[in-house]
Design a protein around this ligand. Structure first.
Ligand SMILES: Cc1cn([C@H]2C[C@H](O)[C@@H](COP(=O)(O)OP(=O)(O)O[C@H]3O[C@H](C)C(=O)[C@H](O)[C@H]3O)O2)c(=O)[nH]c1=O
Length: 341
């Protein structure tokens, strides 16, 4: 089997490439990634020397390039390529529409043209919007995205659905809860808090810190997508969630405790506009129909993740010493100013 993985130099994508290249030595893998600020070839050192792996730098909106790759005998496309940070989508929505919606449409068109066997869209539970204190998102929950990021992912999901209904393209959509683990870019909650704590910097908690996320260890997510590729029924959506609901403040305190750092580092800052209160996934369908089971609890996953950041300081030092740091400092300053108004 030949699989085109798009966005395979980002956090979830690179974990998936490393997982699949190792697990299926007889398959061929092509990784197409634009190497934006969040993409990093260092994430792929485990795979780069393997004979069944090839990297191509490029954008999913580049129709000619995508066409030439798929024409070369691709059986399956798995699309991870996306702008994924909610805060960035609030200040720069255009690029989210371009990559997440228009890029997906290019992939779907090319998949249709070459009659590929399967197209898998890696999506997010954020397309369902927000929950109150109770209830879960199922695959039947209506889409109600609240941020430009989640709206762009919902738009892409609807296109994927339409290509199945209109053209009979064999598609699957996976909608996962918040991932965490190795190679997670430090604009997101868990890696940012680990790194700030290690550096003795303040830990910015948005609003009251009581927003809830359902945490999924990235390797469990990779195993779920592997199952969907091989066993997913065409046209179906599969929710993937860790059943590990935690408030943000619990997460932050847990990280400080694991690292033996003081809670005095916590700083409550201006809330995110349109901040979704709670996400919680009902993953019954993928468990019962495809036999997926997560291997990690939050307890085991967070310890493993913190350990990875302790052992890979060079990886994150390089990131925070570049342009990213300027962006982050500005964001942090804005949030502090807002909260003092
Ligand atoms: C960066 C940051 C975040 N937060 C809060 C905001 C959220 O309530 C929670 C997690 O935020 P984060 O930006 O890490 O992730 P989400 O906004 O939940 O979205 C993430 O999970 C979904 C499924 C995707 O699909 C997104 O691509 C992915 O980014 O921590 C803070 O309190 N402080 C901070 O400095």
């Amino acid at each position: 089997m030949k699989i085109l993985i798009t966005g395979g130099a980002g956090f979830i994508g690179s974990n998936f490439v490393n997982y699949m290249v190792e697990k299926y030595p007889d398959y061929q893998f092509v990784n197409l990634d634009a190497l934006t600020y969040a993409g990093n070839l260092e994430n792929l050192q485990k795979s780069e020397e393997k004979p069944n792996y090839r990297f191509v730098k490029g954008d999913i909106t580049d129709r000619e390039l995508v066409d030439s790759l798929v024409a070369d005998g691709v059986d399956v496309i798995v699309n991870f390529a996306a702008e994924s940070h909610v805060d960035r989508s609030i200040t720069e929505p255009d690029i989210f529409v371009k990559t997440n919606i228009m890029g997906t449409q290019v992939l779907l068109d090319v998949a249709k043209k070459h009659n590929i066997k399967k197209y898998v869209q890696v999506s997010t539970d954020e397309v369902y919007g927000t929950l109150g204190e109770t209830g879960y998102f199922t695959e039947e929950t209506s889409l109600a995205p609240n941020s430009p990021y989640s709206a762009s992912k919902a738009g892409a999901d609807l296109l994927v659905r339409a290509y199945h209904e209109t053209y009979g393209l064999p598609v699957n959509i996976t909608r996962c809860s918040n991932n965490y683990g190795p190679y997670h870019f430090p604009e997101k909650l868990i890696p940012l808090m680990i790194i700030n704590a290690l550096k003795g910097k303040e830990l910015p908690v948005y609003g009251d810190g009581l927003n809830v996320r359902d945490w999924l260890y990235v390797e469990d997510h990779c195993a779920a997508i592997d199952l969907v590729i091989h066993k997913g029924k065409a046209g179906e959506v599969y929710n993937v969630g860790g059943n590990n609901e935690r408030t943000n403040i619990e997460i932050v305190k847990r990280i400080l405790k694991e690292l033996g750092k003081s809670e005095d580092l916590i700083r409550f800052v201006q809330d995110r506009p349109g901040h979704d209160r709670r996400y919680a996934i009902d993953a019954t369908k993928i468990r019962t129909e495809l036999g997926w089971e997560p291997k990690y609890t939050f307890k085991t996953g967070i310890v493993k993740t913190i350990q990875w950041y302790l052992e890979n300081q060079k990886w994150w030092e390089r990131i925070i010493s570049g342009d990213y740091q300027k962006y982050y400092e500005q964001q942090y300053k804005n949030r502090l100013e807002e909260v003092h108004k």
